[in-house]
Design a binder for this molecule. Sequence first.
Ligand code: NAP
Length: 230
Amino acid sequence: MPEPADSAEAETFVVNGITAWQMLHRLAKVRPGRTVLVHGANGGVGSTLVQLARIAGARAVGTASAKHHDAVRALGALPVDHRTPDLEEQLRGHAPQGYDAVFDHVGGEGIVVSHRLLAAKGTLVSYGTASTRDIQGSSRTPVLKLLARLTLWNALPDGKGAHFYTIWAGRRRLDTFRARLHADLTQVLTLLADGRLTPQVAARVPLTEVGEAVRLAESGTVVGKVVLVP
Ligand SMILES: NC(=O)c1ccc[n+]([C@@H]2O[C@H](COP(=O)([O-])OP(=O)(O)OC[C@H]3O[C@@H](n4cnc5c(N)ncnc54)[C@H](OP(=O)(O)O)[C@@H]3O)[C@@H](O)[C@H]2O)c1
């Protein structure tokens, strides 16, 4: 960990930082001047995506609940309420030519809108199915449906890309996998140490109070990570 990063602050960027960096730079290959859409822009991965996109010189539009709009604006993205009934129209209004990259952890039927909002050679990066987390029945069905859609869209000869990202991809080739994690985490932690990335530590909770930490993390009342400290 580069000095002078604080270990709790660095922890907030381990999984979220690698995830955001790899989606932005390895999959979507976002360049300066491009416009990206980040769903859940106040969340752990989303807030990191917004910051990394801005550092890369891209413009960012982010969805979040209205109560988080000031936080999203402070990160450098234009906020849009993901509960608004005219979400697609509002998002299209902010990027009439379409988005060069859309990052979607919500899945469900909303993924169709995310795909429709892409620019001519845009890239959709899906990395979760938060909207179907609590549905009854098999939890695999919505995931399989999402993967089928992405595969179909990716096969279309329309110049657009559609991918599912998982941080575990490529782990069978362990040396390469580890080297990539090391390189990408180093990039992110260097930005943190340089003061260019702002960590969001919601609370530091002693390891002995892990139950309370989980309750707090799941309460929906905090912005940022709840970090367990030894
Ligand atoms: N594929 C991978 O390798 C990988 C890696 C890391 C994380 N993930 C996944 O990424 C997701 C986000 O993780 P995180 O740590 O960033 O979670 P988080 O900090 O809880 O943030 C998620 C944010 O998404 C927003 N949200 C929730 N439901 C939404 C909906 N229906 N539509 C739009 N926005 C919604 C919430 O914003 P508001 O509070 O403003 O509503 C919330 O702040 C999780 O599903 C996680 O499993 C995947």
